[in-house]
Ligand binder design. Structure first.
Ligand SMILES: [Zn+2]
Length: 401
């Protein structure tokens, strides 16, 4: 009895793990990814009831951020987020030169470049510096930055910092700033407000992008696992397994003085990790990857099942789903399995056949009615049973040949 109860509990837990992975992969928008991910974390790892609400406060959906904006303002916000990202990658490309691009003005066609001037002359992270702001015409930017570096590095440059990549990002920045200038007038009269929103939620925008990237990644891994003959030998599975093995599992002594395995995910830690994730790409990836790797391996590892047999892709809506029990022939997800999947031509044929059969039944019924009516009438008119049968039969043939 006890063993059976344990089984049920374990089974419920595994179902929750499978659900977390499938819903993450199936979500349509990043907002749906977040909501399902938080709800499933809460339920799979016994987080407090208001966990999702709390998590969405710190990691809001785009809908929460943009609810008060019009469609055009929303579009503008998306472009501003993109521009800020491009600016970031511009500076990532140019960072080692101690000059950074602060902004680009599409009307004056100038970059604002801030150069750090070090008191000791040699650029060094630990040294004091002051910032020198320069407005540089677009066409003079390259020359200016080159000049600055050459003065820092004592006329020596071991490699050209204006690589194709850095030129490309600078050009992308110019293009997107001109694009924003073109649309801002028609889109809104509260540009400053939207720019402020873009700045406040820049980290959240990036986290949404990571969620999307993570989703693409997990989808392709699940597909490979499903398609491979032996799931555990699939290369894609190895990535998941490596991640799983890095998750620290430890035993602790509980209040009943028993040694128990500690839950791998703790609510407080999630919020700490979320704070770090906002400014750290690899932490942001782990935020999603860790629970997914854990849940997927735990879901598949149960020896009662043969790994990939438990997870499948619906042949109708193409979503991932967890198979019920061990039905290895289940081809459709629970929602689609309620639909009619018989091919259209066969369905039409069946309808035709069943219509013909129905008509035949109706005719037979009608003949029977006619016969009985006539028979009763003839009996009333004192014909013998045999005569009544014969005449009634004759009557039906005349009426319904
Ligand atoms: Zn389906």
């Amino acid at each position: 009895m006890m063993a059976k109860a344990m089984d049920k509990k374990e089974q419920d837990k595994l179902e929750k793990y499978g659900k977390l992975v499938c819903q993450f992969a199936n979500a349509k928008k990043t907002d749906d990814i977040l909501i399902s991910f938080f709800n499933n974390l809460q339920s799979a790892f016994n987080f407090s009831k208001n966990f999702t609400k709390k998590a969405l406060k710190q990691f809001p959906t785009k809908k929460i951020i943009t609810d008060s904006l019009t469609d055009r303002e929303n579009e503008l916000l998306e472009i501003l987020w993109k521009r800020n990202n491009i600016l970031k990658s511009c500076n990532a490309e140019l960072s080692h030169i101690y000059c950074h691009v602060d902004k680009y003005d599409p009307i004056k066609e100038t970059f604002t470049i801030i150069a750090r001037i070090y008191f000791e002359g040699i650029p060094d992270k630990n040294q004091d510096y002051f910032e020198d702001t320069h407005l540089i015409l677009k066409k003079e930017t390259e020359e200016f930055i080159r000049y600055k570096i050459e003065s820092y590095y004592d006329n020596y440059l071991d490699k050209d910092i204006f690589t194709d990549k850095s030129k490309e990002v600078l050009e992308a920045l110019v293009a997107i700033c001109h694009n924003i200038e073109e649309i801002r007038q028609g889109a809104t009269n509260r540009f400053a407000e939207i720019e402020k929103l873009a700045e406040t939620y820049q980290d959240i925008y990036c986290l949404h992008n990571y969620a999307k990237e993570n989703q693409e990644n997990i989808k392709s891994i699940l597909l490979k696992i499903i398609k491979s003959k032996n799931a555990y030998e699939a290369k894609a599975f190895k990535t998941i397994l490596d991640g799983y093995n890095k998750i620290k599992t430890e035993y602790i002594v509980n209040k009943k003085h028993e040694l128990v395995l500690k839950e791998p995910f703790i609510e407080e830690n999630f919020f700490k990790d979320l704070q770090v994730a906002k400014t750290n790409i690899s932490e942001a990836q782990l935020l999603f990857n860790n629970p997914i790797n854990y849940c997927l391996v735990e879901y598949l590892k149960n020896p009662k099942y043969s790994g990939k047999e438990k997870i499948s892709i619906c042949q109708d809506c193409e979503c991932f789903f967890c198979k019920s029990k061990l039905n290895r022939y289940q081809r459709y997800c629970p929602i689609c399995s309620k639909k009619n999947h018989t091919p259209k031509d066969i369905q039409a044929k069946r309808t035709k056949t069943s219509r013909a059969a129905k008509k035949k039944r109706e005719v037979t019924e009608k003949r029977k009615e006619l016969y009985e009516e006539k028979y009763k009438q003839l009996i009333k008119e004192k014909f013998s049973e045999k005569e009544a049968q014969q005449f009634a039969k004759q009557y039906v043939i005349e009426q319904m040949p």
